[in-house]
Ligand binder design. Structure first.
Ligand code: F6P
Length: 360
């Protein structure tokens, strides 16, 4: 039976989303001869009952396929909204749009909301994990994470040269919300001297002693310190030059944890160390998707379409042990966000390089 499937992107954008759309539309139309419609701005599009027709030929520019390497999402996205308050309208919209199934590409927050809507409205839902934070449970990969890691590593490479030239300590604040995956992966790959993540406690004296050893024992006059935005201020610190006012997004200081750590280093080194802070911000969400994200997007897109063909719904496509497998969305939502395991091999590997990853 010919199907009409909807696809939407929800939550913060990231590189690789268009690649998923490309894979879904290609497989659904070329293999199954189905119709695929995009729903712009996620649940907002559902509320407004809008769709965009998608076809493999629709984006062909002199044979160049822009969706392969275009960052962001051609469908648009939102990462807030009192969606469940208008659940009835959205449920009616799914029926009115005559959708046989819906593919939602999102992080754990969006997946939670859309899963609740799907349960209420009896939708045929498949989800695909995406987030630069890589904190969706039950999958080792989420679209966008690898590209963001590469962007951060590029920034660390650049900052290392200027740090070394001026004998400075460069503090680099990276995203990740409450999880430290981005900081840990990029810190190791980018040769950071210090990696601070929310999952591992640190002390300012421990951090400063490490910087001291770098200078005095190893004659390294510069250092690269990667700080995850979601770390908490240290209890045993040297005062709070930026104030302990908490913002309501995640437990961090108003001034940002990068600046906080820089101020602590300045104080504990008696102003002998010159620090500079780079907050990478939304640069981490932009750019062209990495090769790994393109590959993951392609296999996830195909797997999502095949699950619809098998009429196996309420599943998220996941990457586990080198395989693409379906996992119940309910289990994913219950176990997310998934933090870094403080006993992980990655943390031991970072420490084996002499990197300070906290805990003393
Ligand atoms: O979840 C992805 C993410 O980029 C986080 O790492 C970051 O804290 C947040 O989104 C930023 O959200 P916004 O785009 O709303 O500023």
């Amino acid at each position: 039976m010919k199907k009409r499937i909807g696809i939407l992107t929800s939550g913060g954008d990231c590189p690789g989303l268009n690649c998923v759309i490309r894979a879904v539309v290609s497989h659904a139309t070329l293999t199954y001869n189905w119709e695929v419609v995009g729903i712009p701005y996620a649940t907002q599009g559902l509320l407004e009952r809008q769709v965009i027709a998608l076809s493999v030929h629709g984006w062909d520019l002199r044979g160049i396929d822009p969706l392969l390497n275009m960052g962001g999402t051609i469908l648009g996205t939102i990462n807030k909204g009192d969606t469940l308050a208008r659940a009835g309208e959205m449920i009616a919209s799914y029926a009115e749009l005559q959708l046989d199934a819906l593919i939602a590409i999102g992080g754990d927050g969006s997946m939670n909301i859309i899963h609740q809507l799907a349960t209420l409205g009896n939708w045929n839902l498949i989800t695909i994990p995406k987030t630069i934070d890589n904190d969706v449970a039950l999958t080792e990969r989420a679209i966008g994470f690898d590209s963001a890691v590469n962007t951060i590593v590029d920034a660390l490479n650049r900052l290392t040269f200027t740090a070394a030239s001026h004998d400075r300590v460069m503090i680099v604040e990276v995203m990740g919300r409450t999880a430290g995956h981005l900081a840990l992966h990029s810190g190791i790959a980018g040769g950071a001297d210090v990696i601070l993540i929310p999952e591992v406690t640190y002390t300012i004296p421990g951090l400063c002693q490490h910087l001291d050893e770098l200078r005095n024992t190893w004659r390294r006059k510069f250092a690269i310190v990667v700080v995850a935005e979601g770390i908490s201020p240290c209890v045993a610190d040297f005062g709070n030059s930026c104030g302990l006012e908490l913002n309501n997004k995640y437990p961090s200081l108003k001034c940002g944890m990068g600046q906080y750590i820089a101020d602590q280093i300045t104080q504990c080194t008696n102003h002998e160390v010159d620090t500079r802070v780079s907050v990478l911000g939304h640069i981490q969400r932009g750019g062209i998707p990495s090769a790994l994200d393109r590959l993951t997007a392609t296999v996830f897109g195909k797997a999502a379409v095949d699950l619809i063909a098998q009429e196996k719904y309420d599943q998220m496509v996941a990457w586990q042990n080198g395989q693409v497998v379906p996992v119940p969305i309910a289990d994913v939502v219950a176990k997310s966000p998934s933090p870094v395991d403080p006993g992980s091999y990655l943390i031991h590997s970072a420490r084996s390089l002499g990197t300070y990853v906290g805990e003393w």
